[in-house]
Design a protein around this ligand. Sequence first.
Ligand SMILES: NC(=O)C1=CN([C@@H]2O[C@H](COP(=O)(O)OP(=O)(O)OC[C@H]3O[C@@H](n4cnc5c(N)ncnc54)[C@H](OP(=O)(O)O)[C@@H]3O)[C@@H](O)[C@H]2O)C=CC1
Ligand SMILES: O=C(O)C1=N[C@H](C(=O)O)C[C@H](O)C1
Length: 234
Amino acid sequence: MNIALLGYGKMGKEIEKIALQRGHIIVLKKGSQDSFEGLSKADVAIDFSIPTTAIENITTCLQQNIPVISGTTGWLDQYEQMVSLCYEKQGAFLYGSNFSVGVNLFFELNNYLAKMMAQLSEYRVSMEEIHHTQKLDAPSGTAISLAKGIIEHTPYTGWTMETPLSDQIPIEAKRIENVPGTHSVYYRSEVDEIEIKHTAFSRQGFALGAVIAAEWIEHKKGVFSMKDVLSIGK
Ligand SMILES: NC(=O)C1=CN([C@@H]2O[C@H](COP(=O)(O)OP(=O)(O)OC[C@H]3O[C@@H](n4cnc5c(N)ncnc54)[C@H](OP(=O)(O)O)[C@@H]3O)[C@@H](O)[C@H]2O)C=CC1
Ligand SMILES: O=C(O)C1=N[C@H](C(=O)O)C[C@H](O)C1
């Protein structure tokens, strides 16, 4: 399969390694100074760039009828626009805040726990995410996905990084050198605390998941998520 890498930073380079190991060909490695030359040869494009660029990358792919997966975080206020464009162009588009198999299992665990905690008003939820110091967005896309899972299944109505109202989930974002990504969800009462936690040891899991998603989407049409790729929770 011919793959275009839109974004050739920490993730782009990790994805390249795994894609080559799995027998794929990289036809474009696009950084901020590069054009889209080569994109037309791609069977699939993988966007891991920066929040302000993801929209341009996804739009260009959909307009050229190239299936596109995006792992870039921090641009989700425009997600619905990309979904509409995908349907209009009858293309293929998949966004994932986190492509690792472990985190996608963790999303399901988070939903299951939230359902159990929904009626237990003596417990208050909070979240923490820790990432490397180069990360541009906060909270992480994964933390936002976890918060959405909790909101869907409990009386909480939103999340905040400030002092929370009673129906808001507080999220603390810490930035520590070289941390690939750690997410914790806590339910605390007067007498005890339940904690679930996912720790990435490297970027390898994110990159492998992205290549698996690219292989999966190649001949499909529609808007998808990692749940479709991994058939988790279905
Ligand atoms: N969903 C997931 O599983 C994961 C998501 N992420 C997300 O992926 C994104 C990238 O992360 P990471 O690789 O660590 O970041 P990096 O900062 O290492 O890389 C970002 C890359 O984007 C490039 N870029 C900037 N502008 C453009 C442009 N106009 N067109 C194409 N590329 C451009 C930069 O190019 P240049 O070098 O020229 O400046 C750079 O190579 C982030 O949003 C991060 O949150 C990260 C890990 C996992
Ligand atoms: O920027 C990162 O590095 C990561 N970003 C994603 C996010 O925002 O959730 C996924 C992962 O945690 C690493």
